[in-house]
Design a protein around this ligand. Structure first.
Ligand code: ASP
Length: 458
């Protein structure tokens, strides 16, 4: 029988009705022996994620204040407790001891960064314990594997932990567990015994690492959409779910705004050739999207990603393109200011860097000054509100004219191309246009490259 790690995201474990769906999915396939869970998603009162409430508690209310929401730490404590009390009632389990333990945890004194990570991890921790109890009540053989006990060893920053090599041996030992093992996602424990969390969305990573360690046959990632769409379905409502994608394609799409799942979750699954299947808890009969190492493409372009809020920083200086040092130093400045950069088309005497303009808020003057001081450009211009459209697909390799088709589609819609850049693997290209035309541009490319596919191989 194949071994499956099934990870369920926040919306899949948000309330008792959702958890009942999880139970049915787990029961439907005896291969699903390992279940990784997120914290319950949004609560009803403030419509905020439980993990965000936990950050808010740990930061004395600063977390929501930064987002301009006045929800006090005390209100967040109430919201979290209320969520778990409601789960206890609606799942029909007795979890008074767990609620007590949660209250104690949320009052625990710890130094700053350790406290934030510890509190943030509690959503997943109690989610797993509640769900295990519910499975047992429903007559299933289930146990809970806590990162604290496994131990799922991590190191590094408390809010951006990295998995220790030894952790894989410990995770692999779980293979002999009988029945169903439920494990909380998102956190691990350091050698000193402190809790540290992965970056946000990190339960996906736990699932991927567990699948890797167990040499699972399949990693299922259960969420609330039918899979990965060819383009953002909110804009292109007729976009279809992509049945199969390679890891390489998904990473290209994810790096350009496809909000699929945690970027790093794929790395180790790819190494062991473990397919990832993105599925919908609310529509379990849909086959979802499979992410695999190899596939035979039937189409040219599998999907079109889009990122907005791009700033275009343009620098001129004679011969700058001749030495790598200028580029290196420029990128180093952005790195130090934590500005995410995307592309940097470079020529003999000028360079443009496309970056996330939101990262420049409150920093632009300092960044400009530092560029002036360190690199002394002849001129510098910063322009805002660009979008990047990125068609991706292994089917386009060696097919002449794909970029020409894309350019023609934009020309026919009177959209001018500000920058264009083909990825080195020749399975993607990136077109920068003004954001005002981003919807129309996406529509035009979708129609020409995905629906019509004039160049389709026969
Ligand atoms: N609960 C965590 C978050 O909201 C991790 C996860 O759900 O994957 O980021």
């Amino acid at each position: 029988m194949s071994l499956i790690v099934a990870k369920f995201g926040g919306s899949s474990v948000q309330n008792a009705a959702q958890i009942e769906k999880v139970k049915k999915i787990v029961q439907a396939n005896p291969g699903r022996r390992f279940v990784v869970v997120s914290a319950p998603g949004k609560e009803e009162r403030y419509n905020k994620k439980i993990t965000d409430h936990l950050f808010n508690i740990a930061t004395g209310g600063r977390h929501f204040k930064n987002e301009r929401h006045e929800i006090t730490a005390q209100e967040s404590v109430q919201a979290v407790i209320h969520k778990f009390e409601t789960l206890e009632r609606d799942l029909g389990i007795d979890a008074a001891d767990l609620i007590d333990s949660l209250r104690t945890d949320l009052a625990r004194e710890l130094p700053d960064d350790k406290r934030i990570a510890f509190y943030a991890s509690r959503g997943e921790h109690y989610s797993a314990r509640f769900i295990t109890r519910y499975f047992r009540k429903e007559g299933m053989e289930a146990g809970c594997a806590l990162p604290e006990n496994i131990p799922f060893l991590v190191r590094g920053d408390y809010d951006n932990a990295k998995v220790e090599e030894e952790a894989y041996l410990h995770l692999a030992n779980l293979k002999d567990n009988s029945g169903i093992t439920v494990m909380p996602g998102y956190y691990g424990v350091t050698r000193e015994g402190d809790i540290a969390v992965f970056s946000r969305g990190g339960s996906d990573l736990t699932g991927g690492e567990l699948a890797y360690a167990l040499r699972a046959d399949l990693y299922e990632n259960w969420t609330d959409t039918d899979g990965i769409y060819e383009a953002d379905p909110r804009i292109i409502t007729r976009a279809n779910v992509i049945p199969r994608l390679t890891y390489k394609e998904i990473r290209l799409l994810a790096s350009k705004g496809f909000n699929v799942f945690h970027f790093d979750a794929m790395v180790n699954c790819k190494k062991r050739n473990i397919p990832i299947n993105i599925r919908n808890t609310n529509n379990p009969s849909a086959p979802g999207t499979f992410i695999v190492n190899e596939r035979v493409p039937q189409e040219l372009i599998a999907g079109i990603a889009r990122v907005d809020h791009i700033a275009y920083v343009y620098l001129e200086k004679d011969t700058l393109g001749e030495s790598g040092a200028f580029i290196e130093e420029l990128l180093d400045i952005f790195r130090r200011y934590e500005v995410q950069t995307y592309h940097y088309p470079v020529d003999k005497d000028d360079i443009a860097v496309l970056l996330d303009q939101n990262d420049l808020i409150g920093k632009i003057n300092d960044v400009r000054r530092e560029i002036e001081d360190r690199l002394n450009p002849d001129s510098m211009k910063v322009m805002y509100d660009f979008s990047i459209l990125s068609p991706v697909g292994i089917g386009m390799r060696n097919v002449p004219g794909v970029i020409a088709e894309a350019a023609a589609a934009l020309r026919d819609n009177k959209i001018s191309i500000e920058t264009i850049d083909q990825g080195p693997a020749q399975i993607s290209f990136h077109i920068g246009i003004h954001s005002a035309y981003a919807d129309a541009g996406l529509e035009a490319l979708f129609e020409r490259l995905i629906e019509n596919q004039n160049l389709k191989k026969n």
